[in-house]
Design a protein around this ligand. Sequence first.
Ligand SMILES: Cc1cc2nc3c(=O)[nH]c(=O)nc-3n(C[C@H](O)[C@H](O)[C@H](O)COP(=O)(O)OP(=O)(O)OC[C@H]3O[C@@H](n4cnc5c(N)ncnc54)[C@H](O)[C@@H]3O)c2cc1C
Length: 864
Amino acid sequence: MLQLGLRTFVAVPSAALLGIVTAGIVKPRSDLAGHACSSGRSCFLGIASCCRFECGDEGDVRRVRRDQGEREGGHESERERAGGKEMTEKRPTTYLRMRRRVVRIEACCIHYLSHASKTKFPTGREGGGPPARRVDGTVAAQRSYQVQLPEEGGVEADEAQGSKYSDDEDVARCLRSMVREEGWGALYRGWMVCLFDGILLVAGLVYTMLDKSVVHRDTITCSAAMVSSAAHAGKAASAKDVVVIGAGPAGAMLGANLARLGVNVDVLDERSDKTSTGRADGIQPKTLETFKQMRVLEPLLQKGVKFYDMMFWHSDASTSLRRTGRETHYPSPDVIDVLEPYMLLGHQGMVEDALLDDMAAHRTHVTRNAHFTEFNSRSGSIDVSYEDSAAGSTLHLQTAYLVGCDGAHSNVRKCMPNTEMVGESKDIIWGVLDGEIDTEFPDLWSKTIVQSKKYGTILCIPRERNMTRLYIELISTGENEKITKAVANQQFVMQRARDIFAPYKLNWTFIGEPSPTDLILANINSSEEWFGLYQIGQRVANRFMDDSKRVFITGDAGHTHSPKAGQGMNVSMHDSWNLAWKLNLAVRGLAAPALLPTYEAERRKIATDLIHFDHEHAEAFSAGDPKKLAENFATNTRFISGVGADYSDNVLNQPLSSPAITGDCRPGKLLTPGKVTRYVDHNPVDLQLDIPHLGQFRIFMFCATVQAFEPSPTSPSFLGRVSAAASASYKARPRPMSPQDEFSRPERYFAASDLFTFGVITTQPKDSFEIADLPPLLAKSRWTIYLDNVPDMDTKKMRCADKWAGGVREGEVVVVNVRPDGYVGSVARWKGTADDGRHAVGWLERYYGGFLQADAGTKISAKL
Ligand SMILES: Cc1cc2nc3c(=O)[nH]c(=O)nc-3n(C[C@H](O)[C@H](O)[C@H](O)COP(=O)(O)OP(=O)(O)OC[C@H]3O[C@@H](n4cnc5c(N)ncnc54)[C@H](O)[C@@H]3O)c2cc1C
């Protein structure tokens, strides 16, 4: 019998582990595999065999390839016993090509093993099966369903993370052929469906492979409604802290952050899968830094492309097309000081993927095919209604907070009383086209603006997979020409692009984004999703929050504008970045009433700034004046990069109390890069990123010598009480560990408090003090004692204290309060005397007392 141990589990490509038999019923979940590996305990799915099928033109199905290394007759091969290396190289995959759509079926044959008993999954019995287990080995609240399958009917793949294919007859036909041609005996009639930690598993066994017993020889079909209902039933079981509507960039960002902070969140999306083509594609420097802070940037860097410069081209009646300018997109650190001074390009689905993977690593998954319809607020609770579109039923969820990340046509916004979009819509239509271009034009790998006085403007953006995105302005070229969406079809937009680029030739090698499966099967040279049209609407919602302060909107639900400056996806994610930590504190009862309204105040300001910028930017684009356009970019570089998204004074961003602070640390602004050496292991690190983001505040103290610290007063302080309340809350509901956390151990940054990480940055040489010389609270924080001794590694070649605080003199302490989202909250300079120490404590207490609240009744003793 098949026994897959941990080693095999690790060795088999994770994406292949959880793919289930029929086309995309369950999307491969690498996160779960990762959990299983790192816990060292779970092993519940393995893969036996694979092959590749194609549907011919007549709809016939034939096997076109049978991978090597597949399992035969249910016997464990030598190679697999040796650790499954062969399976790593020969990834078991079945491809099914249906009409013009290619569906990859992974893991044709799944063996379900209970990790505890290692018993084979009993099939063909009503409600049978071992208990579903979580990755930590505990038994999950189990639901199991025996899906009785109709003799006739379609296979519709559908699941919380899966895809839905309408070509169900083809799938069914393919499955039948798999049974016959492969001699597998049967795909049995009954499928076991269980909810595993919120993930729906549909485990199908090719039973003859295991013990030669044929169960049934019928066609496998699976009622989408039943599968879907099972998933939704599990979701609805308990009340939620937060329900997020929409899993685009804004929703995925919110879901990922709430999940990592330990908030009980449900994310619903009406789509059956993430974005696969088109839409947004630009990640700005500030967002790159945020992704670094979340530790999700690496996969994006591997796939995306970077651009550092901008080119300007122009043609008019008297001069043919020529380059008129060449600029660095993000110039010196004096203009914009960032670690990643470029824009990263990759389609929206890649970004969603990175965030959804992170969400899944923290055990939260999107419920798909869930169309939000309305909400009703009652005291302290919100009733959310949504349609399970596969089952055609209406379902309900109870939640404390609801966030609409449901895009420009947001239903949540429409349900919020007295809420509307304010602004205007422009007449000009733009075409967007993604594809690989064959041309002699020399500047396709920079951000390039090509302006033709007669035919309009094109913005070219280099993209992954050798593609280029073209944004093509569709202007009228003569009195009789009226451009409407009906006129602007694919051929029209391509011809207009050729007119603007003339005399350079444009030929598209392929149009649309080829999926990996497309590439494997080749000959895919067209797609219906290759281009889009849009009309600019520059609008901002009049409110981002309802009167109860329990319903919010983020992203496109609150603002729409042109996509030319690459802002939409970035600003949308930063809305959610801003809201996530505030909601976490609210859910935990640690937020004073003043905290949540700062979301609306801060992010509506940014949305309004964005609309003003976008207005000017669009004008400069259409004006056809290359100089004016270059100037517009230069003037707005900080804003475009994201680092210029400054917040106004409010309870979180306190005006400077001391005029002696002359550095970069300004309340309401983001931290700039600061390079220091970590005392404990002597690693040079980026101070603004070193401490993992887990919803806590950072209190940085700069000093020339650590002797400047007097022992600080302890309880009964407000910080002590609120910190105790936070400890109690995180003890009751901890932040979930991701597989990576096993290695990085973020808890070492919480030695003193769950709510505050204290950091000391000193210019004192390492060999002149020990950590034990510091007051107890700081001595506990050994991972956040830093030496300010690597100015040569800084972006501006400055010491961190000089750069951030304008220097620190002997006997002084400069305190910088940094919010969980990386914005500076308040800054002050103090002398190291006992008197000033008392004032400093009072100042800290007033600052945090403005937006936090402590549970006075807590019995847990303060760590502070
Ligand atoms: C057609 C189109 C083309 C675009 N092209 C570009 C471009 O070329 N360049 C660019 O920079 N930006 C482009 N954008 C804008 C960019 O995609 C957005 O700025 C960005 O995606 C905003 O993210 P979001 O999460 O706020 O919204 P979205 O990405 O729109 O995500 C909203 C999510 O909510 C879900 N949803 C909606 N209604 C419901 C409901 N009732 N119930 C459940 N789920 C729901 C949707 O399925 C979707 O997943 C485009 C947008 C659209 C709509």
